[in-house]
Design a protein around this ligand. Structure first.
Ligand code: NAI
Length: 340
């Protein structure tokens, strides 16, 4: 199979060595797959991408031989599944690789906020050992509200138990066995928003979840709530978040994801895209304001980024590619339509 691996780091290549030895023809490319470069991969039968690539109808039109999209991520909102399905292209993902990893990052952000770690460390680096203004807050006894109790959300709840936090959760499909095992309580979204001191988001991006943390949701939250988002930026209305931060409704936010994140990553990209209409510039501007705020702690979508998690991603991806080539597809999120 001709496989184009995009967004490839040089160290990742060794993971694909066995596939090359099995006769697959693999090319590696640093850049993400997008409309502007899709034609360069016209002979690919499989593309192996990460989250900064976009697979939409326009990209697929430029890839006439494509049979498989293998994303090295859990989320697949960067792939147009109906468009793939309509063309008989299979899509597979890495269903789980980093549930503990992302959950650990959640507490990295939360402790950074609760103990003012960035400011504290910046001070001592400058030789300033004054503790004034660094007063933080305990996690013990505070109420954590987890929205989405899938693989990651459950790990967050498990870790929170160790911190002695009260734990509330909301999910479209509650998992009673997990609630019993991990000793947390399910409630409706409204109750969670009203009672939590810390809210952590772990639902996927879907039409239903997009913008779920909006003005009305912030309105229901406690004064001085802390918001952690390691799921997808689009779950939160950033304009409403900015207002909530400005009024003190939200005391602090820890964000691993932003709505216009792929653009925010590269200032140059911003300039380039000023000439296109694809991005919401108000949101882009709001993202940039958030980046400068002292009570907002942003990491560059790196919650998954540990050596162990990256190895698990590559292992599953190689198995996905091999499985598909052997007519035994794995981790399929969109299968070709059987009827014509
Ligand atoms: P999962 O699929 O195991 O869990 C998602 C949960 O959300 C499920 O229990 C589902 O029932 C629930 N859910 C879906 N729609 C809902 C709705 N409208 N209302 C309430 N609950 C709803 O997913 P997992 O592995 O826990 O990951 C969650 C998200 O985290 C992923 O979709 C991805 O976007 C993000 N992620 C972020 C990473 C990062 O590096 N920042 C790395 C990996 C995942």
């Amino acid at each position: 199979m001709r496989i184009a691996v995009l967004e490839a780091e040089s160290w990742e290549r060794t993971a694909f060595a066995d596939l090359e030895a099995e006769g697959h023809r693999i090319t590696y490319h640093k850049e993400p797959l997008e409309a502007a470069n899709a034609a360069d991969f016209a002979d690919a039968e499989a593309v192996c991408i990460f989250i900064y690539s976009t697979v939409d109808a326009g990209v697929l039109d430029a890839l006439p031989r494509l049979r498989l999209v293998a994303t090295r991520s859990t989320g697949y909102d960067h792939i147009d599944l109906p468009a793939c399905r309509a063309r008989g292209i299979t899509v597979c993902n890495v269903p789980s690789y980093g549930e503990n990893t992302v959950a650990e990052h959640v507490f990295g952000l939360l402790l950074t906020i609760g103990h003012n770690l960035t400011e504290a460390i910046d001070r001592t680096r400058r030789g300033d050992f004054s503790p004034q203004g660094l007063e933080g807050f305990d996690l013990r006894g505070r109420t954590l509200g987890v929205i989405g109790t899938g693989a990651i959300g459950r790990h967050v709840l498990e870790i929170a138990r160790g911190f002695g936090m009260e734990r509330l959760a909301h999910d479209k499909y509650p998992d009673a066995a997990a609630a019993e095992r991990l000793d947390f309580h399910y409630c409706d979204l409204d109750t969670l928003l009203r009672q939590a001191d810390v809210i952590s988001l772990h639902v996927p991006e879907t039409p239903e979840t997009r913008g779920m943390i909006d003005e009305a949701a912030f309105g229901r939250m406690r004064e001085g709530v802390v918001l952690i988002n390691t799921a997808r930026g689009s779950l939160v209305d950033v304009h409403a978040l900015l207002r909530a931060l400005a009024t003190g409704k939200v005391r602090a936010a820890g964000l691993d994801v932003l709505p216009e994140e792929p653009v925010v990553r590269e200032e140059l990209e911003v300039l380039r895209t000023l000439f296109q209409q694809e991005y919401d510039y108000r949101t882009l501007l709001a993202d940039h304001v958030l980046l400068r705020m002292r009570n907002v702690f942003i990491t560059p979508h790196s919650a998954f980024n540990t050596r162990e998690a990256l190895q698990r991603i590559l292992d599953v991806t190689v198995a996905n590619l091999r499985g598909f080539a052997r007519d035994q597809p794995r981790s399929v999120v969109a299968e070709p339509r059987s009827e014509g």
